[in-house]
Design a protein. Sequence first.
Length: 186
Amino acid sequence: MAAEPRRKLDYSYILGTPNDGKRYELICGELFVNPAPSRIHQRISRRLQRQIEDYFHDRKLGEVFNAPFDVILTPHDVFEPDLLVVGDPSHTTERGVEKPPLLVVEILSPSTRKVDRGVKFRRYGELGVLHCWIVEPDAKRVECYRLESDGYRLVAEGAGDTMLSHPDWDGLVISLAALWIQSPFS
């Protein structure tokens, strides 16, 4: 007897998931479930969000959102990036973001590293997300990618306590040292 084909899940499935602190995403109709982010992950996310907001909000270039916030790029592709910047207000609806954001940021953790750098990264590019940043807390590293005709290309990177400038946004400088501070009161 032939195996039944797997059902391709869509956004209606996400709407029925429990509010249990886990993050539910669909990539090409396949479900990915991750635990809530760690304390260090949350600190880095919050600190990076402040820096990105200072730049994009002050220049009126976009609005910054943090997870959980649905990015619905097809009925079968629903993402929860750690941070995202929406450059066009018409891309947001009551459900979330429904067209490619200007920037997504993924902060790697042991449970998400393979998917974030693999299928999710590729799918962001296929669906037209212009910029994708990968943050590696263990390596204290940030990689900034820009979408080009043949996929993402690394356009900026930094590690440790350096300042990271992005070539596409004049004046955008990220203090990496501020991301890695261990004190909860920093």
